[in-house]
Design a protein around this ligand. Structure first.
Ligand SMILES: Cc1ncc(COP(=O)(O)O)c(C=O)c1O
Length: 358
């Protein structure tokens, strides 16, 4: 054991795997960096994390998360900015959301300081894994799950928190085809939709698979009661430009409070855009297509920042959008956000957590 700059116990990998990675061809999530961070929640408190070589961990088949689903995660990114320093984007906001997810799942919150120190220590150690090509980043995946082995239905006393990191290439998402979902439900108000818990994703696989068989990329989820109002898409929040205004479903307990969504809504007024966060009905979107008043639709998320939407299928009819041109709001806001993260524009909102490498 040696000690990292942050004083967590640190066991360095015997031989780095970094030379095995083709940094010109980074498939999202395929490669995991050399080290991982692990911490246990035991005796009612989070224990000091350890950083160790990435690898398997022992696990009992009776581990409670496998049986009763106490498992939550986050997804975020670190970059090398224009000065060569490391920038972790909005770790406080991710910490806040993780703690909301944990509270909903009866799991112990992780103090913000511990969360950020953990990210800091791991990213600093594996900084050679941060890709430097344009648009690339190191994807960070913090996870908390119930580790205690026990068959009875109960809230686990022993949890584990770990962080993995994975180099990710520039994400050029091709315009997506979405189907408005009117049969299946991702989340109901009062449920766990706002929490980033594993079960939300498992439950979405089946309807998404059916939509893919029909030629769509993702489903556009609607409210559980009436299938009348839009919630979000598979792994992204959605925004529309209608009559020159930026319109997005307001947050409820049924959809994820996306960090990218929040960032874009914060930046929009500065780009001359009026923002409306409110209920958005499927009928309103259909009407806007018929009138020609909808000019843009896009998803927002950590992976792609903005993901242009080409088609929305409503009650079996495809409604198409033109390709977004460089002057479109989605292009301008994506550029602005990227420039802020890389240090080409001032970080006026204090979103960048910088680790100096000088
Ligand atoms: C269900 C869901 N909605 C929205 C988002 C976008 O959230 P963020 O911008 O924080 O990545 C994600 C991304 O992980 C997601 O999984």
């Amino acid at each position: 054991m040696t000690t990292s700059t942050t004083s967590f116990a640190f066991e360095r990998i015997a031989k780095s795997r970094i030379n095995e990675i083709d940094f010109n061809n980074l498939e999202f999530g395929k490669y995991i960096s050399d080290h991982m961070l692990m911490a246990d929640f035991l005796d009612g408190k989070w224990q000091e994390p350890t950083i160790l070589p990435f690898g398997d961990i022992p696990m009992s088949p009776a581990m409670l998360s496998l049986h009763y689903g106490q498992s939550v995660f986050e997804g975020m990114k670190a970059f090398k900015n224009k000065d060569g320093d490391i920038c972790i984007f909005r770790p406080q906001k991710h910490s806040e959301r993780l703690n909301k997810s944990l509270a909903r799942m009866c799991m112990p919150e992780i103090p913000e300081e511990l969360f950020i120190q953990s990210l800091h220590a791991l990213v600093e150690i594996d900084q050679a894994w941060i890709p430097t090509s344009e648009g690339a980043s190191l994807y960070l995946r913090p996870v908390v799950f119930a580790y205690e082995p026990r068959l009875g239905v109960k809230i686990a006393d022993h949890m584990k928190f770990f962080i993995l990191t994975s180099p990710a290439g520039a994400y050029f998402s091709k315009p997506t085809r979405l189907k408005v979902e009117e049969t299946f439900v991702r989340a109901a108000e009062g449920g766990t939709g706002f929490a980033k818990c594993a079960g939300n994703y498992g439950g979405a696989f089946y309807p998404t698979t059916l939509a893919r068989q029909q030629g769509f990329d993702q489903v556009l989820w609607t409210d559980a009661k009436e299938h009348k109002y839009i919630d979000e898409a598979g792994v992204m929040n959605v925004m529309f430009v209608i009559d020159g205004k930026l319109i997005t479903p307001k947050l409820t307990t049924a959809l994820l409070d996306g960090v990218t969504r929040d960032s874009i809504l914060t930046l929009a007024p500065g780009l001359g855009m009026t923002v409306e966060q409110r209920k958005v009905s499927v009928a309103e979107i259909e009407e806007a297509f018929k009138k020609g008043s909808i000019t843009e639709a896009f998803g927002t998320g950590t992976a792609a920042v903005v993901s242009p939407i080409a088609t929305i299928n409503i009650h079996g009819t495809d409604y198409n959008l033109p390709a977004a041109d460089p002057g479109s709001f989605q292009h301008r806001v994506k550029e602005k956000l990227n420039n802020m993260r890389l240090g080409f524009e001032p970080d006026v909102h204090g979103w960048n957590y910088i680790i100096s490498t000088q």
